[in-house]
Ligand binder design. Structure first.
Ligand SMILES: [Zn+2]
Length: 492
């Protein structure tokens, strides 16, 4: 008994040691990958700052996507563009077809109203309406840098695997990834990773909210509101009756839900019974299936409102994204590699820039500037109340992400302070840390079938049995004009 137990323990320990060993890259391979990123780092900085200086809005990223694609083509990637009905989307592949397929996401769009010079005081750039206030110029360039480093390493070592870059446009409300997932472009991917700029260094894997949004258009009969009201049927009554019913419904939906609405058209004059009125709804919940269920009930409220007011109603789906399904196995690999690479180190000039910029940050209890030089504790599964189109990717392939300090601690995303730090060396240093971490992680996953198997097992368990992906946007085409002045954007 004793002897066999001892043998079992020894065998388990040996297996453990083997698994841990097999999952890690050798120090020589790690050094090669880091060296490959360093060899490309100056070019990465050039590309990132060029994209920063020509900030393009969602689905209009023509110059940005061309810059990223040119880098990948020059490095020997096979690049497909115009995929999923999106002119600025692309898929770049390198490596072989007989091994693991590891993908990196590359966002690229900017934000309206966040034009800003790379200065620690507010200074919009003249004649520029948008800016990289979410750091997607670093997001895209770091993804490309990591992919090129891995591609060269695959060739140097004769490793059989494929590295991909997905150029995913219009994250800021256009949902580019949703349409790319719906088109089946991630079907044969084993694992996906990405980096998002931030004000700290962390590989925490968080949950957020699935969301769907739709416009409800009511149509009635116009009439002189004073002299002939009996001839009119008010479309605005339809909108208000619907809101009334939905507001009662709030008591009878799952706790974590959120429902928001605005009236985008309520008629034009009080003396005319409105024959057209429109409301714009958005629903959120951690589980996309619950979002879909609540949306069905909201549609019933709209139908009931139309019936009761003698109007008609139809709806248009605007946007819809899944919640993020966090993956602990991949998250821990990213965390270990982030610690291996280490946090960015600022020079005295960079620290002086940060000190001046920090004075402009609103709010109290800001994190200390020194936290940009540290790596935050690993966390898993904390609930956040935002939404992003990366969520859809996480329900079709195991996905994990990291943040690095590309901004001064205390900086909020979508602020001029984010645009400012992202346009100078602080942003670039953070992106380089991210590129190295991604390169190590992709290479490690490409050579570690047991890690992929564990990530997939966790992924299957999180999704639940019998899951079939169904886009929350239904079959609507990508809203390529959502950033045009006349179009109503579907923000996250
Ligand atoms: Zn972003």
């Amino acid at each position: 008994m004793k002897r066999s137990f001892l043998l079992a323990v020894v065998a388990a320990l040996a297996l453990n040691a083997y698994t841990a060993h097999a999952a890690e890259l050798s120090p020589a391979n790690q050094a090669k990958l880091i060296g490959n990123v360093e060899a490309y780092a100056a070019r990465m900085a050039e590309v990132a700052l060029k994209i920063w200086s020509l900030p393009e809005l969602g689905y209009q990223e023509t110059k940005t996507t061309a810059l990223l694609q040119d880098e990948l083509k020059a490095a020997g990637f096979r690049v497909e563009t115009g995929i999923a009905g999106i002119p600025t989307a692309f898929l770049a592949r390198a490596g072989t077809n007989d091994g693991a397929v590891i993908a990196i996401l590359a966002e690229m769009d900017s934000l309206p109203g966040l034009s800003q010079a790379a200065t620690p005081e507010r200074k919009p750039i003249a004649d520029q309406i948008s800016g990289h206030g979410c750091g997607h110029h670093l997001f895209g360039s770091a993804a490309v840098a990591a992919a090129i480093a891995v591609k060269n390493w695959l060739e140097e070592t004769g490793t059989r695997a494929q590295v991909r870059v997905y150029g995913t446009p219009a994250e800021e409300g256009g949902g580019g990834k949703v349409y790319m997932v719906r088109a089946g472009l991630f079907k044969d991917v084993d694992a996906t990773v990405y980096f998002h700029p931030g004000d700290s260094n962390s590989a925490a894997q968080e949950k957020n909210l699935a969301t769907t949004s739709a416009k409800f258009c009511f149509r009635g009969q116009s009439a002189y509101a004073a002299a002939a009201p009996e001839r009119g049927r008010s479309a605005l009554d339809g909108v208000e009756a619907m809101n009334f019913m939905v507001n009662y419904m709030r008591e009878h939906i799952p706790q974590e839900s959120r429902i928001h609405y605005v009236i985008t058209n309520g008629g034009l004059a009080p003396n005319v019974v409105p024959d057209f009125a429109e409301s714009y709804y958005q629903i959120r919940h951690p589980d996309p299936r619950v979002v879909a269920e609540i949306f069905e009930r909201v549609k019933k409220a709209a139908e009931g409102a139309a019936l009761g007011t003698g109007t008609t109603v139809d709806h248009e789906l605007i946007n819809g994204t899944y919640s993020t399904l966090p993956n602990d196995v991949l998250g821990r690999v990213l965390d270990a590699n982030l610690r291996r690479v280490g946090a960015p180190k600022w020079t005295t000039e960079e620290m002086a820039f940060a000190e001046r910029l920090a004075k402009t940050l609103p709010g109290r209890n800001l994190p200390p500037l020194a936290s940009a030089g540290e790596i935050a504790r690993y966390q898993f599964n904390t609930q956040r109340y935002s939404s992003t189109d990366s969520g859809d990717v996480s329900w079709v392939t195991p996905l994990a992400s990291l943040r690095t300090a590309t901004w001064v601690p205390g900086t909020a995303a979508h602020s001029w302070q984010a645009t400012a730090a992202g346009g100078m060396s602080i942003g670039i240093k953070g992106a380089e840390v991210a590129a190295k971490t991604l390169a190590l992680t992709v290479a490690q996953l490409a050579t570690s079938p047991e890690t992929i198997a564990a990530a997939k097992a966790e992924f299957d368990k999180s999704r639940g049995p019998g899951f079939v992906y169904k886009a929350l946007v239904g079959d609507r085409p990508p809203p390529l004009d959502y950033r045009n002045a006349s179009a109503v954007g579907g923000g996250e």
